[in-house]
Every structure is written in C-alpha cells, then in structure tokens.
Ligand binder design. Structure first.
Ligand code: HEC
Ligand code: HEC
Ligand code: HEC
Ligand code: HEC
Ligand code: HEC
Ligand code: HEC
Ligand code: HEC
Length: 474
C-alpha cells in the first residue's frame, strides 16, 4: 500500500475505534463477534454461512482487546487501547479462514492446458523448463517447495513491538503462521508460494474464494524470516488482498470470479509457463494428437516470427514496469499489441521503474546496443533454461555482437574481460520498491539494471571486489 493508503487506513481505524468500538469493546465474547459478523455479512450482501467454533488453536481475543469491523466489513482489527501494534484479518477472530468451496469456474477457459500437456511431444523443453524462475514462481506449499526453518528457535520473527511475534509451524505436511499478540494467538495456513526463491518466497492463503497475503516472507539471502515487502514492522497484516494483476504476472491462468481477489481455486495453472509466451495450447495439442504425421506446427505462436516490437510485448506483459490491466486478465495473446491490454505508467513516474522488477523493457531501450541493433530479450535470454548466475554464458551473448577488443578498457593483470562483461556494464542496484522492513534493519534486494552502458562506478566496484578476492585467496 502507498503511504497515503496507510495514512487513510490508520485514520479509518482510529475513527472506527473512537466512534463504534469503545462502547462495545469492553466485553469481547462470541456473541459480540457473531453480531459484528452478521452486520458485515448484511453490508456485503452475503448470506449467513455456518462457521466452526473457536478452539485452542484459534481462541477468542481476551476481553481487554478492541475488536472492530473495518471498511464495511472488509476486515477485522484487533488491538489494545494504549499499546502500539495491531492485527488485521479478513476472517472473524476466534475462527479460522474458511476453505474455498469447490465451485465451477465462471468463465470459459480460452484454451490454456498447462505445461504438462506439452511434455508428450516436447519432452526436452518441458524438462529443462522446470528449473526456471518462471516455472517456479508460483506453486502450492509442500515440504519440497517451502523454504525457511520451521525448527523451534529458528522459526520466529520478532518485531519492534515486544508483544507481537510470528511463529512458523509445520504439522505433518501443512504449514502455518501463528501470530502471538499479547496473550492471544491465532493461526493462518500457508497455502501458495509466490517467488522462485531467487530473492524470496511470499505466502498466500484462501479465505473462501478470496486470496490474501501473509505477513511473513522468507528471504533467501541470509535464510531468514522477514516482513513481506511493503509491510510495516510491528503490525500483523493478514487482510491484504492479492489482486488479479499480481497473479497475472506470477501465474499462467486463473478464473477471476470478482475483484479484487476472488478466484476459482481449481482453475489455477501455477507458474509463468509455455502458454504465456506461445498462446493457449489446446488447439495445437489437439491438432497434433490427431495428425501425428504433420511435422509443421499448427495453432501456436512462435515468437521469433513476430515483429521485434511484438516479441518485446510478450515479455512486456510482466517486465515493463507497473502497467495496469485495462480490462479482464488473459485477453492478451502473443502477437497482440501490449498497450491494448495494459496501461503504461505515466511517463517519468516512479511506477515506470517499480513493481519490484526494475522495468527491463524500458531500461534496455535506453541502451545504444538496443538502439543500434534489432536486439530483443532473447538475444541474451533462453526462456527454456535456467541460466542464472552464469556470467560467462551471458558474456558470450555480448560477444555475438562485440569483440573483446571493442572494450577500450585495459584491466589490471588477472582479469579476463570475457569472463564477465556484465558486472561492469549492467551492474545490479538495490531497489527501494523491494524494501523489506525488520527490527534488524531494512533490506533492499538488488536487481540487474538493463541499461547497458559504460559505468565508472560499477567498474571501480568490480575492480575492488576482484582485488579483495585476490588478497583473501593468497
Ligand atoms: C501431440 C504433439 C504435440 C503436443 C502435445 C504439443 N506440441 Fe508443440 N509442436 C508439435 C509439432 C509436431 C510441432 C512442429 C515440429 C516442431 O517444431 O517440433 C510443434 C511445434 C511447436 C512450437 C514451434 C512452433 C513453430 O512455428 O515452429 C511451439 C512453440 C510449440 N510446439 C509449443 C507447444 C506447447 C506450448 C505445447 C503445450 C501446450 C505443445 N507445443 C504441445 C507437436 C505437439
Ligand atoms: C507487473 C508484473 C508484476 C506484478 C504486478 C507483481 N510482480 Fe512479483 N515479480 C515480478 C517480476 C518480473 C519479478 C522478478 C524480478 C526480477 O527477477 O527482476 C517478481 C518478483 C517477485 C518476488 C521475488 C521472487 C524471487 O525472485 O525470489 C516475489 C515474492 C513476488 N514478486 C511477489 C509478488 C506479489 C505477492 C505480487 C502481488 C501483490 C506481485 N509480485 C506483483 C513481476 C510482477
Ligand atoms: C518466457 C517466454 C517463454 C516460455 C515460458 C516458453 N517459451 Fe518456448 N519460446 C519462447 C521464445 C521467445 C521462442 C523463440 C526462440 C528464439 O527467439 O530464440 C520460443 C521457442 C520455442 C519452440 C521452438 C523452438 C525452435 O527453435 O523452433 C518450442 C518448441 C517451444 N518454444 C516450446 C516451449 C514449451 C514446450 C514451453 C514450456 C515447457 C515453452 N516453450 C516456454 C518463449 C517462451
Ligand atoms: C506472465 C508474466 C511474465 C512473462 C510474460 C515473462 N516473464 Fe519473465 N519473469 C516473470 C516473473 C514473475 C519472474 C520472477 C520469477 C521469480 O523469481 O519468482 C520472471 C523472471 C524472469 C527472469 C529472471 C530469471 C532468473 O532466474 O533470474 C528472466 C531472465 C526473464 N523473466 C525473462 C523473460 C523474457 C525474456 C520474457 C519474454 C520472452 C519473459 N520473461 C516473459 C514474469 C514473466
Ligand atoms: C544484438 C547485438 C548486441 C548485443 C547482444 C550487445 N550489444 Fe552492446 N552494442 C551493440 C551496438 C550495435 C552498439 C552501438 C555501436 C557500438 O558502440 O559498437 C552497442 C554499444 C555498446 C556499448 C557502448 C555504449 C555507449 O553508450 O556508447 C557498450 C558498453 C556495450 N554495447 C556493451 C555490451 C555488453 C556488455 C553486452 C552484453 C551484456 C552487449 N553490449 C550486447 C550491439 C549489441
Ligand atoms: C572491469 C570492467 C569492465 C569489463 C569486465 C568490461 N568492460 Fe567494457 N568497458 C569498461 C570501461 C570502463 C569502458 C570505457 C573505457 C574508456 O572509454 O576508456 C568500457 C568500454 C566498452 C565499450 C566501448 C564503449 C564506447 O564508448 O564505445 C564496449 C563496446 C565494451 N566496453 C564492451 C565490453 C564487453 C563486450 C565486455 C566483455 C567481453 C566488456 N566490455 C568487459 C569496463 C569493462
Ligand atoms: C544484452 C543482454 C541482455 C538483454 C538483451 C536482456 N537481458 Fe535480461 N539480463 C541480462 C543479464 C546479464 C542478467 C543477469 C543474469 C544473472 O544475474 O543471472 C539479466 C537478468 C534479467 C532478469 C533478472 C533480474 C535480476 O535482477 O536478477 C530479468 C527479469 C530479465 N533479465 C529480463 C529481461 C527482459 C524482459 C529483457 C527484454 C526486455 C531482457 N532481460 C533483455 C542480460 C540481458
């Protein structure tokens, strides 16, 4: 949430506490919460649904806490009169989030079949693709996929509020975040992972057909638990909806039931997979299953046959900064013009460089390499393989157009330019958009800047690193 949003939220909460809660909040019992919940249901036009009773894992808050329904019943606020910190949850206190019902999708699937359907005829692509960040960027939580320690002693995130802490728990093959707020506690299941773990994993959970984000993220660097990006330290925020645009960048397909965060769980195709770059594959699969003798491809898009701009537009769905959906998700098809489906951020605005992506498309377009050639993203990236961290391989891509000699820089002895053109000409820079707050200090993960240029500062840093590595290995 932007600062203005937070201020508004805090004012709303303060107003609600003042005018509505004070008289009511002296005794927080099941009946009072039932009453508030009914009021919320009526406001939202929902029918009464039976709710499970509270138990020892989700007790009711003690009587000295303030309980309020905020924003027309969108979420619950639980706090104390004089102490800082507070809890926001979309389900009633003393209850668990409701598991989603098994509802049929509301929209016809336009032909997305998922990467498994490609395996039979493209086994190598399917195999190598599974190690990519795109494939791994969203997955169900499981012992195999989840990072971070659930072992006692290493499973706690403390905050600047001494009375608010988070514990990460594992029971059999299920995972939970338990919030301890003074002498009250409750648990929220961790169900979906966002993030390939390159930088981090952020967790989502269902309440009905609504998807919400967890307060605690796992940071890969240093293997630690930390507040999710944009979250305030000292608050337990479990009512942040996961909007369609977020999943449009991190998933292949889902049935979108209603804004901002309502989805049909069994419609989801996890990961950013084949069909986001090649188009829905159903017709292609059917055709080739029925015509095994046919060796020419039908009903599928090969990006390299499109114009340069249309190729860039495919990646631009997710790598062109903070673009917004103009209408429903999944209307864009490879070959389409990006700006018909996504609104670009206003020129010169911060959003051009935000959504924690550093906007590779626009930064690359600043480069002389891009201006004076037909360069596209796939000149350097093979989307079907995990090439991360392989500086020699990326430098070979530079050398498809350049010669080592065209680098006018003469390095000190012991440095082979061809090992790593990248760190001097495309340095990484920490990004404010990815600020993660913690009592141990804020963290800003670094992203690779795609403006290829001569950068004296990056060169100095590179030489310094090289110097200290050489000294320490002596
Ligand atoms: C029943 C077999 C079959 C299945 C299943 C299949 N394909 Fe293909 N595909 C082919 C054949 C045959 C070709 C043409 C020969 C080639 O390029 O390998 C092809 C070619 C392609 C091409 C290159 C297109 C071109 O113009 O050269 C792409 C991209 C592609 N397939 C993507 C997919 C995706 C994505 C899936 C899964 C959704 C998939 N295929 C599933 C048989 C299949
Ligand atoms: C405009 C597209 C876009 C939107 C919207 C978006 N993301 Fe991302 N996200 C990305 C891209 C691209 C990266 C990778 C950044 C990189 O590697 O340069 C990323 C990275 C991440 C990571 C770190 C992954 C890693 O590398 O370990 C997490 C976690 C994440 N996003 C979660 C979210 C969540 C949660 C939302 C919605 C609340 C969201 N993102 C919205 C595009 C997007
Ligand atoms: C991030 C985008 C992206 C994803 C995801 C992706 N591809 Fe591709 N694919 C491309 C691009 C771009 C090309 C064109 C290659 C080039 O320009 O060098 C391509 C080419 C291909 C080709 C044709 C190769 C050739 O040289 O004729 C096949 C087949 C293919 N992809 C299959 C798949 C399958 C199967 C998956 C999923 C397992 C997949 N792709 C995932 C972007 C993608
Ligand atoms: C539907 C959204 C989407 C599309 C389309 C897309 N990407 Fe991505 N891409 C992402 C997200 C999200 C991540 C971050 C994954 C993560 O780390 O969790 C990512 C990560 C990457 C990475 C970093 C991989 C790594 O291991 O560090 C590269 C490189 C990349 N994308 C290139 C491309 C290229 C090239 C295209 C077009 C051919 C493309 N992407 C199309 C969403 C997308
Ligand atoms: C598709 C071809 C192509 C690729 C790939 C490519 N470049 Fe370039 N690059 C060019 C062209 C063309 C120019 C402009 C003419 C010149 O200076 O040689 C250029 C210019 C440059 C410049 C001078 C920039 C300036 O502002 O004057 C640098 C530095 C550079 N490239 C480095 C790299 C590095 C490092 C890589 C790999 C990460 C790379 N290039 C990949 C084509 C390419
Ligand atoms: C240690 C840092 C470093 C490495 C590694 C490095 N460069 Fe450079 N490069 C520089 C600096 C600094 C300059 C500017 C030199 C000058 O103008 O005196 C430069 C200049 C260039 C230029 C010419 C820019 C112009 O103004 O015309 C190109 C092209 C280039 N480098 C490409 C490469 C390629 C390709 C590689 C990898 C094979 C590479 N560089 C590796 C630091 C580096
Ligand atoms: C001139 C070569 C080149 C081109 C062209 C290029 N990239 Fe990259 N890209 C790189 C290099 C090098 C890295 C760093 C890879 C690594 O650290 O493993 C990178 C990293 C990335 C990452 C991960 C970011 C991070 O900070 O870890 C994403 C996402 C990405 N590229 C997307 C794109 C997209 C989208 C395009 C097209 C608009 C593109 N790239 C064009 C060279 C290129």
């Amino acid at each position: 949430m932007k600062t203005a949003g937070w201020i508004l939220a805090i004012i709303t909460i303060a107003v609600v506490i003042f005018f509505f809660v004070l008289p009511d909040s002296v005794s927080i019992d099941e009946a009072a919460i039932e009453r508030l919940q009914r009021q919320a249901d009526q406001q939202a036009g929902r029918v009464d649904s039976p709710r499970g009773a509270s138990d020892d894992r989700t007790p009711l808050p003690p009587n000295d806490m303030v309980v309020a329904l905020v924003d027309d019943g969108d979420y619950w606020f639980i706090g104390k009169y004089e102490d800082g910190g507070g809890v926001e949850i979309p389900f009633p206190p003393g209850r668990r989030p409701e598991p989603p019902a098994d509802e049929p999708p509301q929209h016809a699937n336009p032909g997305y079949v998922g990467p498994q359907s490609c395996q039979e005829c493209h086994p190598q692509y399917y195999q190598s693709f599974q190690s990519t960040a795109h494939y791994r960027t969203t997955r169900p939580c499981s012992p195999e996929t989840i990072d971070g320690s659930f072992v006692e002693g290493q499973n706690v995130l403390r905050t600047k509020e001494p009375n608010l802490a988070f514990e990460m728990l594992r029971r059999d093959d299920q995972f939970f975040q338990r919030v301890r707020f003074f002498d009250w506690h409750f648990e929220v299941p961790m169900q979906i992972i966002t993030g390939s773990s390159k930088m981090a994993q952020t967790y989502l959970y269902w309440h009905g057909d609504g998807l919400y984000q967890h307060n605690v993220t796992h940071l890969t660097e240093g293997d630690k638990w930390i507040n999710s990006p944009g979250y305030i330290d000292g608050d337990a925020a479990y009512a942040r909806p996961v909007p369609a645009r977020c999943l449009d960048c991190h998933m292949t397909y889902f049935d979108y039931r209603a804004p901002p965060n309502h989805y049909t769980p069994n419609s989801i195709i996890f990961g950013v997979t084949c069909e986001r770059c090649h188009g829905p594959g159903e017709a292609h699969v059917q055709f080739h299953q029925q015509h095994p003798e046919q060796k020419d491809a039908h009903e599928i898009v090969l990006p390299s046959e499109l114009s340069r701009q249309r190729q860039l537009d495919i990646c631009g769905q997710c790598h062109a900064g903070s673009t917004r959906l103009r209408g429903e998700p999944f209307q864009f098809r490879p070959g389409d013009e990006l700006t018909q489906y996504y609104t670009p951020p206003p020129e010169g605005s911060d959003a051009a460089n935000s959504v924690h992506t550093s906007n590779q498309a626009d930064r690359m377009a600043e480069s002389e390499c891009f201006r004076q050639s037909e360069m596209t993203c796939t000149d350097c990236h093979n989307p079907h393989e995990n090439e991360r961290g392989n500086m020699r391989l990326f430098s070979d891509k530079c050398l498809q157009c350049h010669q080592t000699e065209s680098c006018h820089f003469t390095p000190p002895g012991g440095i082979d330019l061809a090992d790593n053109c990248i760190d001097c000409h495309m340095p990484t820079r920490p990004t404010e958009d990815l600020r993660l707050r913690s009592i141990a200090g804020d963290v800003f993960p670094s992203l690779r800047d795609h403006f290829v240029r001569v950068d004296q500062q990056a060169t100095d840093e590179f030489l310094q690193r090289h110097q200290s590595e050489a000294t320490s290995s002596q």
